[in-house]
Design a binder for this molecule. Structure first.
Ligand SMILES: [Zn+2]
Length: 145
């Protein structure tokens, strides 16, 4: 049985990212995102993972009349030691996956190879998860892309 706890911290960061960068995330409703921390003993191969709920989770969300369109799963063991800037870039990256079809209004998730995510790669070098001085996205001023 996997152990999940809701992560208001991550949801708050997502909300502030959407509010701070409306041009980058015009179609993202922060209230449509729920973040769940996963308790694991060993790190996973990802730091965060965004999904569109399917199957029983989707049915439950509908039954409970939630507005959640996306679930971000975050392995807590890797999250805890991260600094503020890294947490922000990781969630920024996850938000970049969100795509809303302008005709149907339906959401889907973009794959990395579509545009991974030029914004991230252009501005922080490839090893950004490790790079020493990563600029904050939610500092006193918005990051200039
Ligand atoms: Zn990704």
């Amino acid at each position: 049985m996997q152990n999940y706890t809701r992560m208001l911290e991550a949801e708050g960061i997502c909300k502030r990212l959407v509010e701070t960068y409306p041009d980058i995330f015009p179609d993202v409703d922060p209230n449509s995102i729920v973040a769940m921390g996963l308790q694991v003993k060993r790190p996973k191969h990802y730091l965060a993972n965004i999904r569109i709920p399917r199957g029983i989770i989707k049915a439950l969300f509908e039954m409970l009349k939630t507005k959640y369109e996306f679930v971000i799963e975050i392995p807590l063991i890797s999250w805890a030691p991260l600094d503020k800037a890294r947490k922000q870039w990781i969630l920024f990256h996850e938000l970049c996956h969100i795509y809303k079809d302008p005709e149907t209004g339906k959401y889907s998730l973009l794959q990395h190879d579509v545009q991974d995510f030029a914004l991230v790669l252009k501005n922080v070098d490839i090893g950004w998860q490790r790079s020493e001085k990563l600029p904050e996205l939610l500092g006193t001023e918005p990051f200039k892309f």
